[in-house]
Design a protein around this ligand. Structure first.
Ligand code: ADE
Length: 423
């Protein structure tokens, strides 16, 4: 086995570690499924000696995932998957747990990529990504690692889209499991996690009252559905913007107004983008907005907003509160951009609550063990999470909530398999 001496990490302030430890323990109390997997990993060591490079949001929940992987015998190194999502106390604590962590909240582009390089410097055999930056950097600049890579896991929709594009172009360098695609991931994390944490991020940044406001949700995937339902629950009047006619009908039948962005731009008080696409709010939309409009993004990349356009249109910029940049346009109107257009839930808030990340990261941990065991039989493809893992995560979560469910009787099971019964 090759030994690689890992560096210590690069964090804001090592003295924050004690606070980080306390908050990691607080999150752990809401992650019973991951705790069970960690116990199992401690006994079985399914990741013994596997070097894992992770590029994830550095939060208390991620810390608990890293500790589970470590308990399973992995040697892990971690960097941030977004320049603004790092919790500096958690990064400091992780270094003390022996997990080299390279992440500083507010790091610039160069530091962000130098941190990815530091993780790559530990010569990972498995990647764990949230947004695919690690896979693409390894593929573009570190082909020497590929011979040793056994596989990877991807956390988010945007990353899965990129991986599928790599597969289509014949350049996916190793098998990757699309953790996002597990039902126990996207139906809960993307919907209830993004729904709650996005509203939380907006409110923490601005202290705005949602009740009575026109809240424009751009994109009605699982994240958009969650944000719309939570905004409506707080009394917001939700407007949905979509390009997919099927999702648009769903939004209408869920009780929301649906209209093109050009029309919504004039009507909205608060805008949230969650499309995974490029410049969905651009110059003509900023020009049309009401005075005081609040604009933010909860999709993976900040390029959902054309931030250069708003810079170009503005005559003055101020920061009345942390994570609020107020742009004064030439006619005196103001438009506020939250968290520099980065994921508002993680930059201005703390990301999804631990209880929902419990299922996402249980999937991650079990998929890592699956890759370690099965990688020889896998091809360079994007794989869905094995259904047995998805179902086990759901069962463990229900158990932890003290909820029992029925099972099919033998006759019912047989009935479901047969085609001969009719009217
Ligand atoms: N993505 C969204 N919320 C998160 C969290 N709390 N931790 C890690 N990744 C996340």
């Amino acid at each position: 086995m090759q030994t690689v001496v890992a560096p210590q990490g690069d964090v804001k302030d090592r003295s924050l570690a004690e606070r980080g430890r306390a908050r990691i323990a607080w999150a752990a109390a809401s992650m019973p499924v991951l705790a069970q997997i960690r116990e199992r990993f401690e006994k079985e060591k399914p990741l013994r000696g596997v070097r894992i490079g992770a590029c994830l949001h550095v939060t208390t929940e991620t810390a608990n995932l890293m500790l589970a992987l470590q308990a399973g015998g992995a040697q892990t190194a971690l960097c941030a998957s977004n320049p603004l999502s790092t919790q500096d106390d958690v990064a400091a604590a992780l270094c003390e747990f022996g997990i080299p962590t390279f992440a500083i909240k507010g790091e610039d582009h160069a530091r962000y990529y130098s941190h990815i390089e530091s993780v790559i410097g530990t010569r990972p055999q498995m990647s764990m990504d949230d947004g695919c930056d690690l896979v693409t950097t390894i593929f573009k600049e570190h082909k020497d690692l590929l011979a040793d890579m056994i596989g990877g896991c991807e956390e988010t929709t945007t990353g899965v889209i990129r991986l599928r594009a790599m597969q289509r172009d014949g350049v996916l360098p190793y098998p990757v499991i699309a953790v996002n695609n597990a039902l126990t991931k996207h139906m809960f994390d993307n919907r209830y996690g993004t729904g709650q944490s996005t509203l939380d991020g907006i409110v923490r940044a601005t202290n705005v009252l949602i009740a009575g406001k026109n809240v424009v949700v751009v994109g009605y995937g699982w994240c958009g559905r969650g944000i719309a339902s939570r905004a409506a629950g707080l009394g917001g009047h939700v407007i949905v913007v979509e390009v997919d006619p099927r999702k648009a009908i769903e939004a209408v039948m869920d009780g929301y107004r649906v209209m093109p962005i050009a029309q919504a731009a004039k009507t909205g008080d608060i805008f949230v983008t969650v499309t995974g696409n490029y410049h969905v709010i651009g110059e003509e939309h900023f020009r049309a907005m009401k005075d005081g409009a609040i604009v933010c993004n909860s999709g993976h990349f900040n390029d959902e907003l054309d931030l250069e356009a708003v810079e170009r249109l503005s005559v003055r910029k101020s920061e009345p509160r942390a994570f609020v940049e107020q742009y004064e346009l030439s006619d005196g109107r103001n438009v506020c951009i939250l968290a520099q257009g980065r994921l508002v839930n993680l930059a201005a808030g703390e990301g999804h609550p631990a209880a929902v990340m419990d299922m996402s990261f249980a999937n991650q941990a079990m998929c890592a063990a699956h890759l370690a065991k099965q990688h020889r039989s896998l091809e360079k493809k994007v794989y869905d999470v094995p259904v047995e893992i998805d179902e086990e995560v759901a069962r463990l979560k229900l158990d932890s909530m003290g909820i029992t469910i029925d099972t099919l009787t033998p006759e019912q099971a047989k009935y479901m398999e047969s085609w001969s019964e009719g009217t």
